[in-house]
Design a protein around this ligand. Structure first.
Ligand code: COA
Length: 168
């Protein structure tokens, strides 16, 4: 009997500036219209009011999530989530969202929010599976094809407090 292939080393960690090239490869593989520019990604990686979290599989970045915080609000925004097409369906996006949930709670946030295109069925299903509700319709929010606009949807998830009752 053949032994199963080694699972490989997988790590969920914060992105660092040296990850920029790999993050841009992932962006281009995952987005047609919504890919971020290198400059914007570099800004996000170094930003104090946000976090870029990545799944590193054997020193290769296979998934990333950008989480933003804003002064004066306890809502943390999932700005973007992307999983390499070859690594989809393995639960990586769910893990990144669970991690974002922990990161946001550690910052004292009480809600997670995200926006996606109404036509993006996979990500709407993902956010629903992770406990998000569809809060608002965002009319003409995104750039569409041939100069047209496309609707989006805002997704929201309340975060449970970390304060658990002390057991006697
Ligand atoms: C959306 C995306 C992040 C999902 O990544 P993924 O790692 O494949 O998702 P997971 O394996 O963690 O899936 C978790 C759950 O989401 C749902 N889901 C994910 N992909 C789905 C799909 N293509 N169709 C239907 N449901 C899907 C399922 O409920 C799934 O749970 P299940 O496997 O128990 O059924 C990925 O397809 C992607 O990178 N798409 C391009 C970028 C994008 O559109 N990002 C969102 C806007 S910023």
């Amino acid at each position: 009997m053949t032994a199963p292939p080694p699972a490989g080393r997988e790590l969920l960690r914060p992105a660092v500036p040296a990850d920029l090239d790999a993050l841009m490869v992932l962006e281009r593989a995952c987005f047609d219209r919504d890919a971020q520019s290198r400059r914007s990604m570099a800004h996000l990686v170094g930003r104090a009011h946000g976090e870029v979290r990545v799944v590193d599989h054997d020193d290769r970045i296979v998934a990333a999530l950008v989480l933003l915080y804003r002064r004066g609000t306890r809502v943390a925004r999932i700005y973007s989530i992307a999983v390499d097409p070859a690594a989809r369906g393995l639960g990586l996006a769910r893990r990144l969202i669970e991690d974002a949930d922990r990161c946001a709670r550690a910052r004292g946030c009480t809600r997670l929010s995200a926006e996606v295109r109404l036509s993006n069925r996979a990500s709407r299903a993902l956010f629903a599976a992770c406990g998000f509700g569809e809060a608002d319709c965002l009319a003409d929010y995104y750039e569409g094809e041939h100069g047209a606009r496309e609707d989006g949807v805002r997704l929201v998830k309340p975060l449970l407090s970390d304060k658990r009752p002390v057991s006697p």
